[in-house]
Design a binder for this molecule. Structure first.
Ligand SMILES: [Zn+2]
Length: 699
């Protein structure tokens, strides 16, 4: 459908028009309060206007006029933007991303300062043709368009169009594989595009080795702006020959889930078809949609993420963002996420003219808090550097032209597209830091030290105004009754708790606790009818939120199991049943009997440590000054350990849950033979001084 051309209106006062260039028009004898040096730089769906600041300006107005190929106005000029000082970090180089027009059309822009309410003279105008929708219309693949693009933002891309469009990308591009992660309650596919260059890695485990990034585009069905950006970006990533794109895709894998909530999108509802807000379900995973996403995180192990939304505060910036704030999120992940937002997005936003700010900014209310049910926090607790992304749903005070629905939708989608590209650039540039933060976070969590908080956020510090970060969201400090200073070693679940039927899913049914723990990827030790979930694991901060009686939104009331071996102990130790050692020094050999389990943190064992047919061995932040031999054992995790060696892992059959050997130093040989599955290092390399056998050669 062709969009309607606006009625031509002659504007006789607009006479100074630059036809072909976005360069500033030289001003002879410009009045002192006139904006000078206006430039217009074109990008995908937006135009960056930049100018020299005027002393004493309170704000600036951005005017846009449609013009024809001859530069003749075809409609009245409109104030489309208000630049305010809190838009950007560098006040001396003002920029404004104008968006909300039909890409490919030609416009003239002028900018004027205001001093209080006094309007100063307009700048000389700049005229330019904006960038058409990405992709050559005559090149196979590139010519694909979404339903939203072909209707000029009159309609959002519907579900059947999405599946056809992504299937076409899959068919036409070697770089893309579309996989189905699961199905919605109403049986719509939850698809993910797996994108790499020249081809994406073949299996989830192989993708995980590329330190992938994940974009969740549409969890709230009535917030569709990010999803359209994801679909456009998928086409760019699939077919672009830009060296930047091929370089990005040669160094990571991009995972795009356009629509986790297909039922909500089809019905334009926030929740899924049962009314459940899926962004309050990522920890509990009662719903099939969230279960599919969490299993994806378990299997593909993204190291960084963005989660797309829209936000209804008309005073907020263009792009409210927020890191995982729950206090159980390891500090390095919080810090890295803040660096991505405040270090990268604020700085790049000031260059491009987009206004990133903390979610909730400027009177946004009690939002952006610590609920672990929210993907931002769930991912943080899973050691993923990540951010929320909100698109201000209305034009608000700074984009007064967005009463036009199509223009409003375009601004939102193209601001999301900018953000997601910046996200990929950040990952490319800061990959080493992201991986270091992840390694440190996993080792910190597995050490199981420090208090546990059941609800409560870290503060987002305010920057001195004017600054995009001058109005952060409120702090929800944890109340005393939601703090546990003495963390247990593990939670013990009865068989009824673990395998019992649940009624908290759609249709009054639900997956079992056992299935949900498996979806999260946590290790469980089963001894008789008891099921132990140790806390010396990478997602230590999330486990109690679901299994402790204090959990605000929990699955069950597990029994806290505290360490029984602490302090100094001389002589051999034979482990029967479930034994937990913390802050212990064991001077003697340790033998774990068949069917028994040993969990250690901050413990030194003189060794040797031997386990045959054990129910589980989980060692973290511990030292073994002798050989370690673990055979035919059900559950194995060794994180941040120092072992004199040799280390022998043989004949262990651990179901779908691979033995973990991560971030450890082994001063002797490492032999791994006949383990099924093959051991994994979670992306954290070990240091092995001796030779290692095939199964552990890559660890
Ligand atoms: Zn939302």
């Amino acid at each position: 459908m062709r969009r309607q051309r606006p009625t031509l209106i002659a504007v006789s006062t607009l006479i100074a028009i630059t036809l072909t260039t976005a360069a500033p028009t030289p001003a002879t004898a410009a009045p002192p309060d006139q904006v000078t040096a206006l430039t217009a730089h074109q990008a995908d769906g937006y135009t960056t206007l930049a100018w020299h600041p005027v002393d004493g300006a309170t704000d600036y107005q951005i005017e846009r006029t449609p013009v024809d190929a001859n530069g003749t106005p075809t409609a009245a000029p409109t104030i489309v933007g208000i630049w305010r000082p809190n838009r950007q970090i560098n006040q001396q180089a003002p920029t404004f991303a104008d968006a909300g027009y039909n890409p490919g059309d030609t416009f003239q822009w002028r900018v004027r300062a205001r001093t209080g309410t006094t309007e100063q003279p307009y700048s000389d105008p700049v005229t330019a043709t904006t960038t058409a929708p990405w992709g050559n219309p005559t090149t196979s693949g590139e010519q694909l368009r979404t339903g939203w693009e072909t209707t000029h933002a009159a309609q959002y891309t519907n579900d059947t169009d999405e599946y056809a469009y992504t299937a076409a990308i899959d068919a036409l591009s070697d770089r893309v594989r579309v996989v189905e992660l699961g199905r919605t309650v109403q049986n719509r596919p939850v698809n993910m595009l797996v994108i790499g260059h020249p081809t994406p890695a073949a299996t989830p485990q192989a993708v995980a080795a590329t330190a992938p990034v994940a974009i969740n585009c549409n969890v709230h069905g009535n917030e569709p702006g990010d999803r359209e950006a994801c679909l456009i970006m998928a086409r760019q990533l699939a077919f672009s020959t830009d060296p930047r794109i091929t370089d990005l895709l040669s160094h990571t894998t991009v995972l795009i889930v356009p629509t986790i909530n297909g039922d909500g999108r089809a019905n334009n509802t926030r929740g899924n078809s049962t009314g459940q807000d899926l962004n309050r379900d990522y920890s509990l995973i009662r719903q099939p949609e969230t279960t599919a996403y969490i299993k994806m995180v378990r299997d593909y192990r993204p190291v960084a993420g963005y989660d797309g939304h829209e936000f209804g505060n008309s005073r907020a910036g263009d792009l409210p963002m927020l890191p995982p704030r729950h206090q159980n999120v390891a500090q390095p992940i919080f810090d890295q996420s803040q660096d991505m937002i405040e270090g990268h997005m604020y700085a790049k936003g000031a260059e491009a003219g987009w206004w990133a700010c903390p979610y909730g900014c400027d009177g946004g209310g009690n939002v952006g808090l610590s609920e672990e049910t929210i993907l931002r926090n769930t991912l943080g607790l899973k050691n993923v550097t990540n951010s929320l992304l909100e698109l201000r749903s209305s034009g608000g005070q700074t984009r007064p032209d967005e009463g036009n629905t199509a223009n409003n939708r375009r601004r939102k989608t193209y601001s999301a597209l900018w953000t997601f590209h910046q996200f990929l650039d950040y990952h490319r540039a800061d990959r080493a830091d992201i991986l270091k933060a992840r390694s440190e976070a996993i080792e910190t969590q597995a050490a199981n030290t420090g208090r546990l908080v059941f609800r409560g956020s870290r503060p987002i510090p305010a920057h001195p105004a004017p600054h995009p970060g001058d109005s952060p969201p409120p702090l929800d400090a944890p109340p005393a009754d939601l703090i546990l200073d003495n963390p247990p070693c593990a939670y013990k679940l009865t068989d009824a708790q673990y395998n019992g039927t649940r009624t908290d899913g759609p249709g009054g049914i639900g997956t079992t606790v056992a299935q949900r723990i498996a979806a999260h990827g946590w290790k469980v030790i089963t001894i008789g009818d008891d099921h132990y979930v140790p806390l010396n694991q990478p997602e230590r901060g999330l486990i109690p939120l679901l299994l402790d009686g204090k959990g605000v939104e929990k699955l069950t009331d597990g029994e806290r199991v505290h360490p029984t071996v602490t302090g100094r102990r001389n002589g051999p130790l034979t482990v029967t049943g479930f034994t937990c050692a913390d802050d212990a020094t064991i001077n003697g050999p340790v033998t774990v009997r068949a069917g028994a389990a040993l969990v250690t943190t901050a413990t030194t064992i003189s060794g040797p440590l031997t386990a045959t047919g054990a129910a589980g061995i989980l060692l973290a932040d511990s030292t073994i000054n002798g050989p370690v031999r673990i055979a035919t054992t059900d559950t194995i995790s060794i994180i941040d350990a120092t072992i004199a060696g040799p280390v022998d892992l043989s004949g262990n059959t651990t179901g779908t849950d691979a033995p973990v050997l991560a971030g450890s130093t082994i001063r002797g040989p490492l032999n791994c033979t006949g383990n099924n599955p093959t051991p994994t290092n979670l992306g954290i390399a070990n240091t092995v001084h001796g030779p290692r056998t095939t199964q552990c050669a890559a660890l």
